[in-house]
Write a protein that binds this ligand. Structure first.
Ligand code: TPP
Ligand code: MG
Length: 271
């Protein structure tokens, strides 16, 4: 899985550099979680049958981090790896934000922050109504947690005791304009979400072993919704380069081709 995490990171870096736009640092913090979902035996899916009604659903609510999702989907066989490089190109289904009408396997068109958990609740309720046992996973950003709709959704998931719903908060400490703590500090998330009746775990979200274990724990809980506060670093894997550039957030910035080469070396050289 560690090798796959490196591969996913390299894809996200290459794609955004080739596109000349996109969100590599937001993708890199989320890598271990996406890796665990697709390659750690957490998400039940069949890339050859993306509309199978029994499939688990993953909604990337922080849709701007979609390069890491495309990377995982390509490696999982949803489409050829060679197509990753078409990110954000005219006519490509790999749009800058996920578009469920353009790419099979994308569960929700996101990008307008704050909506993914509500969409996930819709899927989770549908599973109950249809008597299906699929699970729904939703990933949000820590800046995104400032959206009021997220908290309405948290309350609603408790109301319906949605034991098939897992929310993951990618707490990387930054949002678009700066440190999340300065823009709107909602930490600690753990006790706030617990107060709504959820089961909550707080983990190091860039530690693959911790991520896998937390997701395993979450899928073992079926009497209430579960959340994982995934404490990460934005741009994990290429931090020295971001620091050199004097930008710990690096929000929405692709790397120059020269920096991308150094980033790939950094990512692949680590043990
Ligand atoms: C409703 C809405 N408002 C503003 C934006 C612009 N925007 C894009 S990314 C972003 C920051 C998100 O921060 P966070 O959720 O912490 O995600 P990160 O990139 O740190 O993973 C913002 C404000 C948006 N996409 N949607
Ligand atoms: Mg953030």
């Amino acid at each position: 899985m560690k090798e796959m995490a490196k591969t996913l990171r390299c894809h996200a870096i290459r794609m955004t550099t080739a596109a000349g736009s996109g969100h590599p640092s937001s993708s890199l913090s989320a890598t271990e979680v996406v890796n665990a979902l697709y390659f750690g035996g957490i998400l039940h899916y069949d890339a050859a049958a993306p509309n199978d009604p029994a499939r688990d659903r993953f909604v990337l609510s922080k849709g701007h981090a979609v390069p890491i999702l495309y990377a995982a989907m390509a490696e999982a066989g949803y489409f050829p790896v060679e197509e990753l490089i078409t990110l954000r190109k005219l006519g490509s289904p790999l749009e800058g934000h996920p578009n469920m009408k353009r790419l099979a396997g994308i569960e929700a068109s996101t990008g307008s922050l704050g909506q993914g958990l509500s969409i996930g609740i819709g899927h989770a309720l549908a599973a109950h109504i249809d008597n299906k046992d699929y699970r729904v996973f939703v990933m949000m950003g820590d800046g995104e947690m400032g959206e009021g709709q997220v908290w309405e959704a948290i309350a609603t998931a408790d109301k319906y005791r949605l034991g098939n719903l897992t929310a993951i908060i990618d707490q990387n400490g930054y949002q678009q304009t700066g440190a999340t703590a300065e823009v709107l500090d909602l930490t600690p998330f753990q006790n706030k979400i617990e107060a709504f009746g959820w089961h909550v775990q707080t983990i190091n979200g860039n530690d693959q072993t911790e991520v896998n274990a937390a997701l395993e724990t979450a899928i073992g809980i079926s009497d209430r919704p579960t959340a994982i506060v995934s404490r990460t670093q934005k741009g994990f894997g290429i931090l020295p380069l971001m620091e050199e550039a004097g930008d710990r957030n690096f929000h929405g910035k692709p790397l120059s081709p020269e920096l991308a080469e150094r980033a790939i070396e950094l990512v692949t050289s680590k043990g």
